[in-house]
Design a protein around this ligand. Structure first.
Ligand SMILES: NC(=O)c1ccc[n+]([C@@H]2O[C@H](COP(=O)([O-])OP(=O)(O)OC[C@H]3O[C@@H](n4cnc5c(N)ncnc54)[C@H](O)[C@@H]3O)[C@@H](O)[C@H]2O)c1
Ligand SMILES: N[C@H](CO)Cc1c[nH]c[nH+]1
Ligand SMILES: [Zn+2]
Length: 435
């Protein structure tokens, strides 16, 4: 099932091939998504309704459901799910609340030259909640909670419509916890395009957040910048890399791999093991556990695209992991504390044998919207920071003009920008005559 490689026998090209995922080398996905974006830009709501017919097999009269329908849906949700959602809500809130720093310390770079930063919430944000192969109310918690903490004024939520033209009851419940009274029924690249450009029903937003399949992720990548819209990051098909040594429990390793594989055929689960016998045991576990899963066909497809690497030691294991830059990194070794400082690239890290990645997916408190496809080399996962801009401020006093004035004049001369120099020279002159 799992392909297996010895790290020391791999060439640089082979390593590069293993690290690359979900590449769109023929631009098939890009081409399709560009067409979808054009249709939404030109056709607005009508185009969205047509895509709902084509992709979601549903005829929509209107593109949203409002507060009374959300409230009715909430009634249908079992209490045990409501209390689990409330606990997750509280933990995620506890972890994210301290991230809000409205004003940082003022730094006096020279006497009389005072600089500082303040945060301001992004006013209109668009949250994409996946709903293709599985409906993910947990993603609404992960995006909605930091958006609320940051103080975003307008929160637009899009999610693919269910076959009955509505949304899942758990999503409706999370909306009530977040004080969100409307959900737009649009999925895929078309939902992203709608939030980027705006349609008759769906307002244009300043920044688009959320994970999704390759169509959603491609649409975000194409639209960022071009429609004066920002994105959180490319957060595509889920992936996990597990570093495991002889202390690892093969059943735990296999369970964690299957948990991410279950998201879809394009997910990937990588095992970096320090010994061959562990890989053999994990293979057996994968086979046995897979048999019990309701989504075994799709999960098996992802496992078939996944692989195991046998490394000689933890140094080789870390080297591969840092090059792969996984969305999720799990360290199933007793020496995890030693490894933490050696992690350079990863979206979110799960330490020790008793820390399944699914705890972070749902309820431990950290955010599950994370960079995939090696973007953990340069992007962080979603946090309160993702929902604010940091504005810099400065104030210069009379003393400050005297201290910094000449430096500014010389640098303006150096760049041949006389007007820049004048703006400072006038202040120097003014402060001199007043002293
Ligand atoms: N990186 C993260 O933080 C993170 C978090 C949660 C989920 N995920 C990932 O999100 C993804 C969710 O994907 P999903 O498919 O279940 O739901 P989705 O909501 O992302 O996509 C469903 C939509 O895709 C569109 N679509 C389907 N087939 C299409 C086609 N052939 N052409 C164009 N558009 C098409 C349809 O509009 C459909 O409504 C999974 O891959 C999961 O691994 C990632
Ligand atoms: N593992 C996903 C992030 O890649 C998040 C998620 C939501 N629900 C279950 N899992
Ligand atoms: Zn998951």
């Amino acid at each position: 099932m799992l392909k297996q490689y010895n790290y020391s026998e791999l060439s640089q090209e082979q390593i590069a091939g293993l690290i690359e995922r979900n590449n769109d080398s023929n631009n098939d996905i890009r081409g399709r998504v560009e067409q979808i974006i054009d249709k939404v830009r030109q056709g607005g709501d009508q185009a969205l309704k047509q895509f709902a017919r084509d992709f979601d097999k549903v005829e929509l009269q209107r593109l949203y459901i409002g507060s009374s329908e959300l409230a009715a849906l909430v009634e249908t949700l079992d209490d045990q799910y409501k209390s689990a959602i409330r606990i997750a809500f509280d933990n995620i809130h506890k972890f994210h609340q301290p991230q809000l720093k409205t004003k940082e310390k003022t730094i006096e770079t020279m006497p009389g030259v005072n600089c500082w930063r303040e945060s301001r919430a992004i006013e209109r944000v668009g949250l994409y909640i996946p709903g293709g192969s599985a409906v993910l109310p947990s993603t609404l918690l992960m995006l909605g909670i930091p958006a609320k903490i940051a103080g975003c004024k307008e929160i637009i939520v899009c999610s693919p419509p269910q076959k009955d033209g509505s949304v899942n009851a758990a999503i409706a419940f999370v909306c009530t916890l977040l004080d969100i009274d409307k959900i737009y029924l649009a999925g895929g690249a078309q939902a992203v395009a709608a939030m980027a450009y705006g349609t008759e029903s769906i307002p244009k937003v300043d920044k688009i957040f959320g994970p999704g399949n390759q169509y959603v992720t491609m649409a975000k990548t194409i639209l960022q910048g071009s429609a004066q819209v920002a994105i959180d990051m490319p957060a595509g098909p889920s992936e996990v890399l597990i570093i495991a040594d002889e202390a690892a429990n093969p059943a735990f390793v296999a369970a964690d791999m299957l948990a991410q594989a279950e998201h879809g055929a394009d997910s990937q689960a990588v095992l970096v093991s320090l010994n061959e016998s562990l890989v053999a045991k994990v293979q057996t576990e994968l086979k046995n556990q897979l048999e019990q899963l309701p989504r075994k066909e799709v999960t098996a497809l992802a496992i078939d695209k996944s692989f195991a690497i046998i490394a000689n030691d933890l140094t080789e294991a870390m080297q591969f992991s840092n090059s792969y830059a996984p969305e999720h990194l799990i360290l199933q070794t007793d020496s995890w504390q030693e490894l933490v400082p050696r992690i350079i690239n990863a979206g979110s890290v799960f330490l020790g044998h008793l820390t399944p990645e699914s705890a972070g997916d749902y309820a431990s408190g950290t955010n599950h919207t994370l960079p995939t496809s090696a973007y953990a080399r340069s992007y962080s996962g979603v946090s309160v920071d993702s929902f604010v801009k940091k504005i810099t401020f400065q104030n210069i006093t009379k003393e400050g003009v005297q201290n910094i004035g000449e430096t500014v004049e010389r640098l303006a001369e150096l760049e041949g920008l006389q007007a820049h120099k004048n703006a400072m020279s006038l202040r120097i002159w003014q402060t001199n005559i007043n002293s």
